[in-house]
Design a protein around this ligand. Structure first.
Ligand SMILES: Nc1nc2c(ncn2[C@@H]2O[C@H](COP(=O)(O)OP(=O)(O)O)[C@@H](O)[C@H]2O)c(=O)[nH]1
Ligand SMILES: [Mg+2]
Length: 226
């Protein structure tokens, strides 16, 4: 029996019980910055999306907000090297931020841009005070990749709250998605005591949208309750 999906039945994993799907009224691009200090005032809850270049970050933001052209979907990976802020308006006229972060693992960049990326991301992740949760995207088509596992271990050392999002599920047969998700969770359990929450998504079929919106909605509510 597979660890991740056994956990799933107890309520950890992609089968979150969906209680209330938050309604998105509007979403717009705000600003891009090279440094967390220049980001919008940290007065609203913020959710950032990160992962390898091409994993589907921008597509996921578009899918979640229901706006096809919100985040630019670039076919040239590694190009956008900035912290991209989007403002989302949900039911009750509640505003919060979504952040599209530049991807990692793009082979063709120089040592110096890689170092600049690392510094920018580390500072943003560790110092951005309104960052509620980091969504780490993993391509569901692949077996566990060292670069993703190392990034997640780093988050553990920094004690950053995060969840996993397995993307592009429409490209697999369900059994292959399940196999890759389980293998990934199992690899994490080598260094982690508990598997992190995860979502399985597709920006083509919108799988996972309701679960993510419900999750963010609940975090927004706890954020305002303080
Ligand atoms: N079939 C499929 N393709 C996807 C999905 N998400 C992203 N893509 C494609 O993967 C490529 C990279 O997506 P993008 O959102 O730009 O990735 P980013 O670099 O992480 O922002 C694009 O060609 C997208 O159309 C998905 O859920 N299903
Ligand atoms: Mg992108």
């Amino acid at each position: 029996m597979d660890q991740a999906f056994r956990k799933d039945k107890k309520g950890v994993g992609s089968s979150f019980i969906i209680l209330h799907v938050m309604e998105i009224k509007d979403a717009r691009y705000l600003i891009s910055n090279p440094n967390y200090k220049q980001c919008p005032p940290p007065e609203r809850p913020e959710y950032a999306f990160i992962g390898r270049s091409n994993v589907g970050k921008s597509s996921l933001l578009n899918m979640i907000t229901g706006k096809k052209n919100l985040a630019k979907i670039s076919s040239t990976p590694g190009k956008t090297q900035l912290i991209n802020h989007f403002e989302v308006l949900s039911e009750g006229n509640f505003k919060w931020y979504m952040v599209d972060l530049p991807g990692y693992g793009y082979a063709k960049i120089s040592q110096s841009s890689r170092r600049r990326w690392e510094q920018m991301i580390e500072e943003y992740i560790r110092k951005r005070e309104n960052l509620v949760c980091l969504f780490v995207l993993i391509d569901s088509r692949h077996e566990p990749q060292k670069i993703d596992l190392e990034f997640i271990d780093q988050l553990g050392k920094w004690q950053i709250p995060f969840v996993l999002v397995f993307t592009k599920s429409d490209k697999n047969k369900p059994a292959a998605t399940q196999r890759n998700v389980n293998a990934f969770i199992r690899s994490l359990l080598v260094t982690w005591e508990e598997p992190p929450p995860f979502f399985v998504t597709s920006s083509v079929t919108s799988e996972g949208r309701d679960a993510i919106l419900d999750y963010i909605g609940e975090l927004n509510r706890s954020y305002t309750r303080g």
